[in-house]
Design a protein around this ligand. Structure first.
Ligand SMILES: Nc1nc2c(ncn2[C@@H]2O[C@H](COP(=O)(O)OP(=O)(O)O)[C@@H](O)[C@H]2O)c(=O)[nH]1
Ligand SMILES: [Mg+2]
Length: 362
């Protein structure tokens, strides 16, 4: 395993942990307010994932101020429950059902949630409005955590770790990749970008702008119409030789129905695996939050073809309705790892299920 850049605080952390097998460690990198407790010989990447998750808890307001639309739609629930009494149950549950549907929870989940509330109310387990609301929040949280529990990046133990970003055109892949580079770099990782979108001429220019903005190195195709898989191979090789921690690979946007582009994606996946065994460690599918439940067939197709390890839901600052986050996790069993809440460099936030539930049901 290659060692990390000596200037990176996380690399130092990783090295010292190798010597501290049993002791507890508290780390406070100067540039951040987070605190990480880790024990034993946990690896560099496990720690990185954890640090990012810790951070998620403190960024709640920023992440979810974007969900004002969902909050508004769901605010009706508070009013309904305020005056709830047993005789009123059917009407209240009908209205609750509607509020969930309007917020893109999707019919299957909505029925599941409402039916279980009805059962508990009739069994006398829920006796007041606040109790019903708590049960509602618990069931949404359960849906999110049961099936999509691994929200931390899983980066293995070989360096460089490789993350591939995939998804349809315009969903926000390149932007999310840039924001992710910024976040990981801020936590001390040495990042290399790979311009694997060789399909559109302007795509690598766009990634080069992100490379400048985040002060990261980038590998781009040497000639026009280069194969995406060769660009990624070249990048991961360089990542290995120059001891990068993580290589972030952009790919070209494709419709999930486009066969040849899907083939290219498979080729990319194989190519990076030949350079570093176990790579890519993560294949993150970018889904445009504003497409609501339409994202489901797309996600299924990508997952079948390349095996998606995590989701990035973008544009949640716009007209997106938060319920789709729950549907997508429930339908696919793939965790949401990050959410995009704007176009700026800071606008990609780690996903935290508990914070999410508190944000949409304040
Ligand atoms: N408001 C908002 N816009 C976003 C977000 N993520 C991406 N975008 C915008 O969506 C457009 C397409 O993004 P891009 O990264 O080029 O998509 P790609 O084709 O999948 O690589 C750009 O104008 C981005 O600025 C987000 O979280 N919020
Ligand atoms: Mg792109």
């Amino acid at each position: 395993m290659a060692s990390a850049s000596s200037s990176s605080s996380l690399s130092l952390l990783s090295n010292s942990l190798a010597q501290l097998h049993t002791r507890q460690l508290t780390v406070r990198p100067t540039s951040n307010q987070f605190q990480c407790r880790a024990s034993g010989s946990t690896g560099f990447f496990t720690k990185l994932g954890r640090l990012i998750k810790e951070k998620a808890k403190s960024d709640v307001e920023k992440v979810f101020s974007g969900f004002s639309k969902t909050r508004d739609n769901l605010a009706v629930i508070d009013e309904l429950l305020l005056y709830w009494n047993l005789d009123d149950t059917d009407r209240v549950l009908d209205e609750l059902e509607e509020a969930l549907l309007v917020s893109d929870f999707g019919p299957r989940i909505t029925i599941k949630i409402v039916d279980s509330l009805r059962e508990d109310i009739l069994a006398g387990k829920l006796k007041s409005g606040p109790e019903i609301k708590d049960a509602l929040k618990r069931s949404v949280l359960k849906l999110l955590t049961e099936k999509g529990s691994k929200t931390e990046l899983q980066l293995g133990f070989r360096k460089p770790a490789v993350i591939m970003i995939v998804g349809v055109n315009g969903g926000g892949k390149t932007t999310s990749l840039g924001k992710l580079a910024h976040r990981l770099k801020k936590e001390g990782a040495k990042i290399l970008l790979a311009a694997g979108d060789t399909f559109r001429a302007a795509a690598s220019d766009q990634l080069e702008i992100w490379a400048e903005r985040t002060d990261c190195e980038i590998v781009v195709a040497e000639k026009e119409k280069a194969k995406a898989s060769s660009v990624l191979t070249q990048a991961v090789k360089r990542g290995k030789e120059d001891k990068y921690d993580i290589v972030l690979c952009d790919t070209s946007g494709r419709l999930h129905t486009n066969y040849s582009l899907m083939e290219e994606l498979i080729a990319c996946k194989k190519a990076v695996g030949k350079v570093v065994s176990g790579a890519p460690n993560e294949i993150l599918l970018v889904l445009d939050g504003t497409t609501g439940l339409n994202m489901l067939p797309q996600a299924r197709e990508f997952n079948e073809v390349v095996g998606v390890t995590g989701l990035i839901l973008t544009k949640l600052d716009g007209s997106a309705r938060g319920g789709c986050v729950v549907s997508v996790v429930d339908e696919l069993g793939i965790p949401v790892k990050f959410v995009g809440v704007g176009e700026g460099v800071e606008d990609l936030q780690p996903f935290d299920a508990e914070a999410f539930v508190d944000a949409i049901f304040p």
